[in-house]
Ligand binder design. Sequence first.
Ligand SMILES: OC[C@H]1O[C@](O)(CO)[C@@H](O)[C@@H]1O
Length: 464
Amino acid sequence: MAVGIGIESEGGQYNGKMTPFVVISCMMAAMGGVLFGYDIGISGLVASFFASSMTRSLGRRPSILFSGLVFIAGAALGAAALNVYMLILGRVLLGVGVGFANQAVPLYLSEMAPSNYRGAINNGFQFSVGIGALAANLINFGTQKIKSGYGWRISLAMAAFPASILTLGALFLPETPNSLIQRGNAHQLVDEMLQRIRGTPNVESELADLIKASEIAKSMDNPFKNIIRRKYRPQLVMAIAIPFFQQVTGINVIAFYAPVLFRTIGLGESASLFSAIMTGAVGLVTTFISMLVVDKLGRRVLFIAGGLQMFVSQVIVGGLLAALLGDHGAVSKGYGYLLLVLICVYVAGFGWSWGPLGWLVPSEIFPLEIRSAGQSITVATSFVFTFIIAQTFLTMLCHLKAGIFFFFGGWVVVMTLFVYYFLPETKNLPIEKVEMVWRQHWFWKRVVGEDDEERKVGDFRSSL
Ligand SMILES: OC[C@H]1O[C@](O)(CO)[C@@H](O)[C@@H]1O
């Protein structure tokens, strides 16, 4: 919120509860994460920018609905493909579906959630990503064994399942109050919706904040032009830095390396299956733990603890491999087990920090007027770096060998320091008030300017 927006609920939280309404809506919407886990498509990069205007001008729900429908079409076209063109088009459509889902779903979750549960609910997105990835691995493992050569068609067709739940969900889900008001719906209607969602008639202060935020949002016609203004500099930096850092933790490279270790310990054929189950299960359990604690411990603590944990395990793995392998060769079974334990420690570190928080923090720091645009930048950055790392890591591995663990470990140090110095805590703050944290931050206040609201924010935060 820009200068002029006051604080309605100084000295306290809104009264919202975790209603069944919120829980069910969010479980449905989180299916969007399953799509992403099941299928990472680069066409989502471009799609996320189209999603931005739909999510802003039509609402979060239509984007989610569109995502589900396009994903189903992609799965159907791919599964029934008669030639390579159909396969490619199917592939593009899956990517477009994911692009829309990743753009709209995290915003939907963060706006629907009562502020003290926002972390838990939004982290459900990465939890769903984990379920999707694990399901894809298990299904592919099963379908690979089908002799007729039709297995891949089954894998693709199965992608339509979570997309159908998402589509059905989107038909029945309520729109977020933030989007309703931003798009000019009557205050009366938003008031009623807010009361239903929050499970209490006392929604005045939240409604007042939404109205104020929407007044600014309505006066802004081109959010992409506006987001580069100095007053949004912290959000723009985070929109790019957070998904970049999430990928340079090296998570996807390490998940790729794990099956090699399973082969080392003698699992042969089933190495990749065991690896997927192990990293998948560790990731899911730790992301779930993150859901339980993120609104109590806060984002910063998890980022920093997870970062340290990833760094320590990466350095030990890199050191062990450098000592054991030299340029090439193999490690013994005993070391194979040790390395696997260390990989689990690493995946656990990612699972409660950068995995879920890489989606949560961007979705909650943009003020309403640039929220949709900001989220598109986050999604596009995430796709770009996932792609670059996937394309380059084999070459990197050949050159750096065990050093690749030090390479990503180095980035983990950078991102942990970055969080320590530059990322303010956002736990429990109402989403339409989060913007204030920059004005009281030692560094960002020099960029965006301090103002007289700082003292009020201080009071507000200390009362939480
Ligand atoms: O959600 C972002 C990241 O999380 C993972 O699914 C691992 O759990 C990665 O494959 C992906 O890049």
